[in-house]
Design a protein around this ligand. Sequence first.
Ligand SMILES: NC(=O)c1ccc[n+]([C@@H]2O[C@H](COP(=O)([O-])OP(=O)(O)OC[C@H]3O[C@@H](n4cnc5c(N)ncnc54)[C@H](OP(=O)(O)O)[C@@H]3O)[C@@H](O)[C@H]2O)c1
Length: 349
Amino acid sequence: MTTPQTHGQHSRDAAEGAGPTVMRAAVNRSFGGPEVVAVEQVARPQAGPGELLIQVHASDVSVADHRMRARDLPPGFALVGPFLLGFGAPRRPVLGMEVAGVVEAVGSGVTTFRPGDRVAAATGAHFGGHAEYAVVRADARGAVAHVPDGLTFEDAVALVFGGHTALPFLRGGRVGAGSEILVNGASGAVGVMAVQLAKHLGARVTGVCSARNAELVLGLGADAVVDYETEDFTQRGETYDAVVECVGNAPFRRARRVIRPGGAMLAVVGSFGDLLAARWNQARTGIRVVTGDLGATSDDVALLMRLASEGTIRPVVDRTYDLDEIVEAHRYVDTGRKRGAVVLRVRGE
Ligand SMILES: NC(=O)c1ccc[n+]([C@@H]2O[C@H](COP(=O)([O-])OP(=O)(O)OC[C@H]3O[C@@H](n4cnc5c(N)ncnc54)[C@H](OP(=O)(O)O)[C@@H]3O)[C@@H](O)[C@H]2O)c1
């Protein structure tokens, strides 16, 4: 048995001899294809001050896990890549940016959660969700919220990655009642949530997707769809208040021709050059450019849970895999064809 470090923070490491010290986790010790991931016994984390230890029931396998595992970053990130991903070996050997499960223990100073609470959280850059236990901060930046009764852990976790990504971009673009927006990549994890959240905010939404996903995207509330295989949305003569770019093929120089004056480019994905040019593009065109990792808050996760329990938004789960099927799950995410989320079942309800 080996017990590699699973988190960067020392407070999260299991102290030898203090309670149960090991757990099962999907570990990737090197960069590469799905086969570099294997389920092993690793040190079980513990809740430090202000933290929650969550017994993970469900996580998800996202594009972020693919990027970390395969060292597959958008164009131009090669130089900064090692700082984000690790130099010789992965910085985060246990992937998984979202968890849903039951609070097992709380660290000192935590008053808002108790053992036994059902919660969902974004572990963010700490990853660590593909494991039987994960630690998150209990405060607003912990991006953790209670899961309402009636919402399963698998459904709850499927909302988090796309939802907490889409929300701050839509806010940054001032998307609201009467806005007309276009979501490029409307059938992916971020796209399905951007469509639904924009509709909830009162916008008119056009989704760009393939014909096979048109029914899904219209069913989520989109007012119109554009089939990217037969039409180029930048050449249709229609303009929008905001473009949400979730694919990577519509950078500012291409998308701007369909963004109205004073509108917004919401670049969920983009090259390093686009990131650097964002402020310059904004200053010279007057189009607001929102890009980068905007971060999730506990309020965002709580809002997603509430909207889902009210039936205003719904999780889109493409496939569900057990922890032992983690290699298959990565293989499917690597296709780039998933619809919504791929859920990882770590433990039954
Ligand atoms: N800035 C941030 O903080 C942040 C956070 C999360 C994600 N991201 C980035 O956002 C991007 C999207 O993530 P995701 O999780 O939504 O990806 P995803 O779930 O893997 O997206 C897959 C979907 O993309 C669709 N697609 C593929 N090519 C397309 C095209 N040319 N036009 C329209 N749709 C296309 C696929 O539909 P078909 O099968 O029909 O092609 C599939 O449904 C990723 O690059 C990710 O790294 C950024």
